[in-house]
Design a binder for this molecule. Structure first.
Ligand code: GAR
Length: 228
């Protein structure tokens, strides 16, 4: 399915989810959908690990799953081809990474149609090796007073593609990795569904590194953007 074939607004938007771990991001998306706060359907969950808890969450929600191990492929190209061919079978409109840690080569037909959420204000504390708690450890070690989360489109480098939305989160005196992660993840739970809803509305226009938000296509967003 090529991007020009997408007919906006997508209602419900069909989501393919890529994950490697706990699956709390997936859990949040499923909860928002169930609560009627996100007009979406998770059509497939793909994991880079067979033991990811996220796979159990998908199975409990009746979502079909697949697994693909990086070590079974000689190159990132071959691995990526297999991942996209497994996910494409379920015809998602958008692929969302939800704690997925493997590097992928994005096929041209998926350019600006794969999103990721990263637990820092990119370009700080991102790139290879920065994921999950390691990010918060690095933020605390550096002595930052401010961190946050970033939703971005995925390109062929770690945490690098055009930025869709960011939300700042304070680092507080006495924070531990756990308390800081919890505060950032609370922000992630608001920001990711918002980015997905903007995509579904056809309100994200990418020009180079800039993602313009077309408020004419999503008039409801003005008030929400004030709070992010
Ligand atoms: C989330 O905090 C997400 O931002 C982060 O991993 C966590 C996934 O949690 N992603 C990255 O660090 C990507 N570089 P989950 O497995 O419970 O959904």
């Amino acid at each position: 399915m090529m991007s020009q074939e997408l007919q906006f607004p997508l209602s419900p938007i069909r989501l393919g989810v890529l994950l490697s771990g706990r699956g709390s991001t997936l859990e949040n998306l499923l909860a928002r959908i169930r609560a009627g706060q996100l007009d979406a359907q998770v059509v497939h969950v793909h994991s880079s690990r067979p033991d990811a808890r996220g796979l159990q969450i998908a199975a409990q929600a009746g979502v079909p799953t697949s697994v693909c191990l990086r070590r079974e492929f000689a190159s990132v190209e071959q691995f990526s081809q297999q991942v996209f061919s497994l996910v494409e079978q379920h015809q998602p409109h958008l692929i969302v990474m939800a704690g997925y840690v493997k590097l992928l080569r994005i096929p041209p037909r998926w350019e600006n149609r794969v999103m990721n959420i990263h637990p820092s204000l990119i370009p700080a504390f991102c790139g290879k090796g920065y994921y999950g708690h390691r990010v918060h450890e690095a933020v605390l070690r550096y002595g930052c007073k401010l961190t946050g989360c970033t939703v971005h489109f995925v390109d062929n480098q770690y945490d690098h593609g055009p930025i869709v939305l960011q939300r700042a989160v304070p680092v507080l005196e006495g924070d531990t990795v756990e308390t800081l992660a919890a505060r950032v993840q609370a922000a992630e739970r608001e920001l990711y569904p918002l980015a997905i809803a903007l995509f579904a509305a056809g309100a994200l226009e990418v020009q180079g590194r800039w993602v313009h938000i077309r408020q004419d296509r999503a008039p409801w967003v003005a008030q929400l953007l004030d709070s992010v």
